[in-house]
Write a protein that binds this ligand. Structure first.
Ligand code: ZN
Length: 245
């Protein structure tokens, strides 16, 4: 269900005060996962780091990243950058950020779907060639509230069903519109990824590499930061959250 991302959203202090995550099972990162490192699928450059940057840092070495769109629609009325310029900037930011997590540029694929118009059929086809039974496909939750996040989540779910891969979903904008115990979120499927100190600090440094998103492009309202401090606070936790099937 697509939900408008408006106002300041749920404050991080509400999430921090919520006791439930302490009781979620911890995601097992066993030898099987390390032997067949996940494919991480990001709708836009930055979702891979916001959602599971710490997990990627802890598994670095074999993780593959596929970024579905170039995120060129983040500032549609920008007075500073054209869409083409933003696409190039955001591609480069993902490469810089993922390098900080230990992922080489050769392990990153830019699939080039138009931002806001993900071609789900083409994406399913591209994914089925890369997935195999038991391999994790880690991507945005199908109910995350952003149309691209949901489209990519749906395509990944279909590809996992066709190939026998395991769908591992993560929330991004859910932290904005939902509140603790929100009935529309599958908390019963939640697993906690406890980050090592090194993984958490690598993630925070990697988030900072998305300069076009964490800083304003210019003084005009159309050039405001997409990820202001109240949003970034949700991604600085010592753990990450995923939903297992
Ligand atoms: Zn996104």
């Amino acid at each position: 269900m697509v939900r408008p991302i408006v106002d300041a959203g749920t404050d991080e202090s509400s999430w921090r005060a919520w006791p439930a995550p302490a009781d979620w099972p911890v995601l097992a990162l066993d030898d099987r996962v390390r032997a067949a490192p996940p494919l991480v699928l990001a709708p836009h450059p930055d979702d891979e780091v916001l959602g599971v940057g710490g997990l990627v840092a802890m598994l670095a070495g074999g993780v593959e990243i596929a970024v579905v769109t170039d995120g060129e629609a983040s500032h549609p009325e920008s007075t500073v950058h054209s869409r083409a310029a933003l696409a190039a900037i955001r591609r480069a930011e993902t490469v810089t950020a993922c390098a900080l997590l230990g992922v080489a540029p050769t392990a990153i694929d830019h699939l080039g779907h138009p931002d806001g118009r993900v071609d789900e059929g083409a994406l399913v086809e591209a994914l089925t060639g890369r997935l195999r039974p038991g391999r994790w496909c880690v991507t945005t939750w199908r109910g995350d509230g952003h149309p691209d996040h949901e489209a990519v989540g749906r395509a990944a779910a279909t590809a996992c069903r066709l190939t026998g891969a395991t769908l591992v979903e993560f929330p991004v904008w859910t932290w904005h519109w939902a509140r603790p115990d929100h009935p529309d979120v599958p908390w019963h499927r939640a697993r906690r990824v406890d980050l090592t100190g090194a993984a958490r600090s690598a993630k925070l440094t990697a988030i900072d590499a998305f300069r076009s998103q964490v800083l304003p492009l210019g003084p005009a309202p159309a050039d405001a930061a997409i990820l202001p401090p109240n949003v970034l606070a949700r991604f600085a936790r010592p753990y990450e959250t995923v939903f297992l099937p």
